[in-house]
Ligand binder design. Structure first.
Ligand code: GUN
Length: 288
């Protein structure tokens, strides 16, 4: 391996320490404790793991964590009523509804019921529109975490060719906007893109967010490029256990790239750290 490892685990620990300092100042000087409400509907195992981790890290940072678990059969009206209650609660500064939601619930309607000021995921149309128009917004946590790693490694990103592989509302689209905001030349590639390998090889920065295990081989990577692997895919490790792999084939990509995020320990921990940072931002804005 010749690439520099972009260590999200270590970087996120620094972000969380800064958040904890800020929380401590808010408490001691203003008697304010930031609060994050996390809503989980149903029993999706991966979502349960994420929500547990979010709650634990929220409490470790000194904030209040409010966990709301609804049965998979909960109605959309029940969920909307809970969101209305959280929107009105002054102790709750951030609201996160864990996705995916069960099929009988309209995710767009639910997300857009969250007050934009408390939308720490940055998923509401209001926040997406602000980001799209280059205005101050709540920025989705995973792309924000990727941007922080890239800025830390490169300094300025201006003029670099960035290829974002994947066009989801959660990662691909906001990631492209953030890179554009940092003056990259941005391409969004996806399953219908022609000459995908060639497009990827044009990237100084390649962000893979497609959710397909080890889809990007080393010969899609430009020598010296920075590879940000957003994928978290659980695979059979062959010994009755499972292990996590990304959307990039780490062994071959790390031979060619200049810098690369590992899976696990790259983008994943940055996402939760950015969620905590967004909750502080929401709390500070709510309190002037
Ligand atoms: N499911 C997978 N990633 C996310 C995320 O960043 N936020 C929420 N709310 N749900 C998710």
């Amino acid at each position: 391996m010749s690439a520099t490892l972009l260590d999200g685990k270590a970087f996120s620990a620094k972000v969380r320490a800064r958040v904890a300092d800020h929380v401590s100042t808010l408490k001691s000087e203003h008697d304010i404790i930031p609060g994050l409400a996390v809503v989980l509907v149903g029993e999706d195992p991966a979502s349960q793991v994420y929500v547990r981790s979010k709650n634990r890290q929220t409490v470790e940072a000194g904030m209040n964590s409010y966990e709301h678990k609804l049965d998979a059969s909960a109605s959309q009206d029940e969920l909307l009523a809970l969101i209305a209650q959280l929107n009105a609660d002054p102790a709750v500064h951030g609201i996160l509804v864990q996705l995916p939601l069960p099929d009988h619930i309209d995710s767009n309607m639910v997300i857009n019921a969250i007050s934009p000021a408390k939308d720490v995921d940055g998923f509401t149309i209001a926040n997406a529109g602000l980001l799209f128009t280059g205005q101050k917004s709540m920025v989705p946590c995973t792309p924000l975490g990727c941007l922080m790693l890239l800025r830390d490694h490169h300094g300025s990103l201006a003029g670099l060719n960035a290829v974002v592989l994947g066009r989801s509302n959660i990662v691909g689209k906001p990631m492209a906007q953030l890179l554009l905001g940092d003056s990259c030349t941005v391409t969004i590639a996806h399953s219908k893109t022609k000459d995908l390998a060639e497009v990827c090889r044009s990237a100084d920065i390649l962000v893979a967010a497609v959710g397909r295990r080890e889809m990007v081989p080393g010969d899609w990577v430009k020598p010296g490029a920075s590879v940000i692997d957003v994928g978290i895919n659980r695979i059979d490790a062959g010994d009755g256990k499972t292990r996590l792999v990304g959307d990039c084939d780490f062994a071959s990509c790390s031979e060619v790239a200049g810098a690369i995020t590992p899976v696990p320990g790259g983008v994943g921990p940055m996402t939760i750290a950015c969620l905590l940072a967004n909750t502080i931002t929401a709390c500070c804005r709510a309190n002037g």
